[in-house]
Design a protein around this ligand. Sequence first.
Ligand SMILES: *Cc1c(COP(=O)(O)O)cnc(C)c1O
Length: 375
Amino acid sequence: MINFNVPPYTGKEVEYMKEAIENQKICGDGPFTKKCNEWIENQTGTAKCLLTTSCTHATELAALLAKIKEGDEVILPSYTFVSTADAFVLRGATAVFVDIRPDTMNIDENLIEDAITERTKAIVPVHYAGVGCEMDAIMDIARRHNLMVVEDAAQGIMASYKGKPLGTFGDFGCFSFHETKNFSMGEGGALLIRDEKYIEDAEILREKGTDRSKYYRGQVDKYRWQNYGSSYLPSDMNAAYLYAQLELAEEITQARMDRWNQYRELLTPLAEAGKIELPYVPEYCIHNAHMFYIKTKDMEERSRLIEFLKQKDILSVFHYVPLHSAPAGIKFGRFHGEDKYTTKESERLLRLPMFYKLTADEVEYIAEQVKAFYR
Ligand SMILES: *Cc1c(COP(=O)(O)O)cnc(C)c1O
C-alpha cells in the first residue's frame, strides 16, 4: 500500500530528542527551540521567529497581535483549512470569503478590494501547495486601505514569491510543522514577525501573559504577569525533532521536488490529451513541492479515480470542502461576490501521494495507474 503521507523522518530526530532529555530542559524555549527560531530567522530574513504549538496557534497569536475584535472583518479564501478562519472568528470577527483563482487555487487578488468595508481589519492570504499568492497586489491593497496582512504560510516554508520567502510579506506569517507538512515536529508551528515593534507583545502573549522570555535573557530579575496570554510554546523535545529536519531542509525539499517533477513529466501526456489538469506555478514563484495534485473532469470522475487507485494499493485524497458551505462558515462568515471557482475547482482536485521518502519507482507506478484509469 502506498500511503498518501508518511511523516518526515531523517534518522537524527531520536539523537536530538535524547540530547534534549539529557539537557534536562524539556519544557519550552530550550536550546533546540532557540536553534529552530534562529534557523528560520536566517532562512527567511524575518525580524523574529517564535516556535509555537501549531500553525493554528501561530495564527491565533497573529489575530491577538493584530487586535482583532468583535465586529471586525477579515478577508480570506473559502478554499482553505479551518484554522485560517478559526483564529479570527475566535476573536469575534466575521470571515469574509472571496473566490480563488482556478490556476493556483489561491485567493483572487482582483476580488479583494471589492470585499473591503469600514469594518475590514485584515487580509489573510493562504499560499496553497506552497505556491505564493500575488503578494505585490495584496500588499498594495493592504497599504492603501491600512489593513493588516497575516499570511497563512502553513504549507509555505522554503518557498518564495519574486525571490522573497513566503511568510515574510505580511505583518505576520504562520508556518505549520504538523506531520503532514514538509518538516514536522508532530504538532507545531511558527509565528514570523516582520516588524520588531510586535516582538515583546508576542513573547508575552505566548508565555501566559508573562515576561518570562525577558527573564530567561537576564533582562529582568523576576518575571510577572504583564497582560492576558496563553501557552503557545512547544516542548523542547518536539523542537529537537524538528531541528533534525531543518538541518536537512535543502535535501528534503530537493527529494520532494524530484518526485514532483517526475509526476509532472509522466502525467503531461494525459494533460495534453485534455484528460486532466496539472498544477500551475507562476515563473516568479519557487514552490517547495508540498503537494502534487491533478484536476479531474468533475467530482464523479474524481470519486471513481480514488476508488480505482485504492484497488491498486494507492491512497489519494481530495482536499478542503469550502468553508463557506460548512455549518460554522454559514454562522461566522459570508461569501462576498460570486463563487465561480471555489466549489467547482475544489470538487475536481485530487492529491497524489507526496512525502520525503516517496521513491521514483512508486511515482512511476502511481502515474502508470492514473494513465490506466483514463484508458
Ligand atoms: C496545515 C494547515 C494549517 C494548520 O496547521 P496546524 O499546525 O495543524 O495548526 C493551517 N492552514 C493551512 C493552509 C494548512 O495547510
